[in-house]
Design a protein around this ligand. Structure first.
Ligand SMILES: *Cc1c(COP(=O)(O)O)cnc(C)c1O
Length: 367
């Protein structure tokens, strides 16, 4: 079949003219970074869009998560999932804390709350769950456990931009939520990230921590870092925010097309549709049960690659199998996460993916 290589994702961009118009004032004022007017405007627009009381912007999602952990003054151990992107665990370990891996729920791929309590010790100070693929964690149970044991909760919501549950923005839960605006995400600012939180008192601290801990010309109160979002990133965010609802609508059509082809096929498990959740169609994960389907995940990946369709084993390997962690951890301790990591692929999904390519991808899989 004749087509250009199809990658798993493609970054959303506004029209060039739209972006040029947005960055014109930056050229006029020569105020390029350090929380300028475009940064401020974007922060407010995001508070509206995400339906949250407070947003703080950062140069990327990872450093915002790193700073959230620092701001909450966590110590000791943090319970988290191995079924995530490297960032989640690295942000914990890089803060000098010990990540403790908890297994996941086989249907939503998010932290299994039934398995959290047995991992809590007197050193535990927080839980960091991930809204994997935009699937909402079992927040009710997670937060009741946190409350009972006096633990903080930080959600890695990198996949969950614009997701709502019963009309409420996903960024309103736990102590803090982290969003990523990396080029590959549903919504991007080239690189970028944000924290959302209900406690307004965090605002100044987060501001200081992303700006070297500097609180005035002569005072440096904290050992901060440099994680500021610049004006050009914020301008990209303002442009992309105008179009994100349309982009999500287009993603929905593609996801529906995938469902038409792949629903009810023995050995193929599709991502659940959650009750009361407004989703963002961020990813299209498919789990292959080799026995029932007849082919392994890796065989499917190879067949697709022969036709120049490049999918991603996302998330594989599990974080507790990474070279930098595996001498201390074993993925045997999280068997469900291990099984999913060994059998999942995410299929190509981006707003401008053509439906006939979706048809072709499904045809190859089903052959
Ligand atoms: C993308 C991502 C991050 C990190 O975001 P960056 O903006 O790339 O730093 C963290 N966690 C998860 C689950 C992600 O997918």
């Amino acid at each position: 079949m004749q087509h250009k290589p199809v990658l798993v994702t493609r970054s959303s961009l506004p029209d060039l003219e739209e972006y040029v118009k947005e960055i014109k004032p930056i050229f006029d004022s020569a105020w390029l970074t350090n929380m300028g007017p475009v940064h401020q405007k974007f922060e407010q627009k995001l508070e509206n869009y995400l339906k949250v009381p407070n947003v703080s912007l950062f140069c990327n999602g990872h450093l915002s998560l790193f700073i959230a952990i620092k701001a909450l003054r966590l110590s000791g151990e943090v319970i988290t999932t191995p079924f995530s992107f490297a960032s989640t665990t690295h942000a914990i370990a890089d803060n000098g804390l010990r990540p403790v891996f908890c297994d996941i729920d086989p249907d939503t791929y998010t932290l299994d709350p039934q398995k959290i309590e047995s991992l809590i010790t007197r050193h535990t100070t927080a839980i960091i769950p991930v809204h994997v693929y935009g699937n909402v964690c079992n927040m009710e149970v997670i937060e009741s456990i946190a409350k009972k044991h006096n633990l903080k909760v930080i959600y890695d919501a990198a996949h969950a931009f614009g997701v709502e549950i019963n009309g409420e923005g996903i960024g309103n839960f736990g102590d803090v939520s982290m969003f990523s605006f990396h080029a590959t995400k549903v919504f991007n600012t080239i690189e970028g990230g944000a924290l959302t939180y209900r406690d307004k008192a965090l605002k100044d601290l987060l501001y200081n921590l992303k700006n070297f801990g500097i609180t005035s010309q002569t005072t440096v109160e904290d050992i901060g870092t440099n994680a500021k979002m610049n004006e050009f990133q914020a301008a990209m965010g303002i442009c992309n925010l105008r179009h994100v609802d349309d982009e999500i609508k287009k993603r929905k059509r593609i996801v529906e097309r995938y469902w038409e082809h792949l629903e009810n096929i023995p050995g193929i498990k599709l991502n659940p549709q959650q009750q009361g959740v407004k989703t963002n169609y961020a990813y299209f994960p498919v789990v292959f049960d080799e026995k029932a389907f007849g082919k392994s995940r890796d065989q499917v990946v190879d067949e697709l690659a022969k036709e120049k369709i490049f999918v991603r084993k996302y998330f594989y390997p599990l974080i507790n199998d990474y070279e930098c962690y595996r001498s201390i951890y074993s993925s045997k301790a999280t068997p469900i996460a291990k099984e999913i990591a060994d059998s999942v692929v995410t299929l190509p999904l981006f707003a401008d993916l053509e439906l006939n390519i979706v048809d072709e991808i499904c045809e190859i899989i089903l052959q």
